[in-house]
Design a protein around this ligand. Sequence first.
Ligand SMILES: CC(C)(COP(=O)(O)OP(=O)(O)OC[C@H]1O[C@@H](n2cnc3c(N)ncnc32)[C@H](O)[C@@H]1OP(=O)(O)O)[C@@H](O)C(=O)NCCC(=O)NCCS
Length: 147
Amino acid sequence: MCFELKFAGGIVHSDSECEHRRDADLKHTEEFNRVVYGAKKDYFDDVYGDKQIHLELLATHTDYQKRGAGSMLMRWGLQTAEEEGRIVTLIASPGAVGFYAHLRFATIFNLTIQLEGESEKVQAIGMRREKASAPTQELTGSVGSSS
Ligand SMILES: CC(C)(COP(=O)(O)OP(=O)(O)OC[C@H]1O[C@@H](n2cnc3c(N)ncnc32)[C@H](O)[C@@H]1OP(=O)(O)O)[C@@H](O)C(=O)NCCC(=O)NCCS
């Protein structure tokens, strides 16, 4: 199997012979990375440097969404950041903005990635966790049933 996982810290390949994802349009991927990681650098990395924890890649199984698992997965990063006094940032897809807003994230930038001459476009939203004005209730929940 051949895969490429790109994240802020670098690229992980499934093996050394795998150069690029075969199911991806390279032009789209390059433009996405240029715009998104450019904004990440300008708005987050250059501003917060080492005082930042940047969260990447979060998903829960579709059969078990909205039962607390996503919040539970976020808890470690959020608690670590609070203990260390760090800013938490992430880049969200439009469908997940409500979830992150629930965890006190606010929108910092809103990107539209679109190649010239194409109607297809992708959105990415840069978010930063806001400071608590009161003790945080959302860090104490547990996974539960939706019924
Ligand atoms: C986003 C995602 C990780 C949330 O996981 P989850 O396990 O459903 O989240 P939780 O059950 O912990 O939800 C916590 C709260 O956020 C709410 N919530 C969850 N997803 C939401 C969404 N997309 N929009 C608005 N609110 C949302 C829940 O209703 C819940 O609110 P409540 O406590 O008042 O009931 C999950 O929907 C997912 O995997 N989505 C697809 C992948 C994705 O978009 N990942 C993020 C990429 S940046």
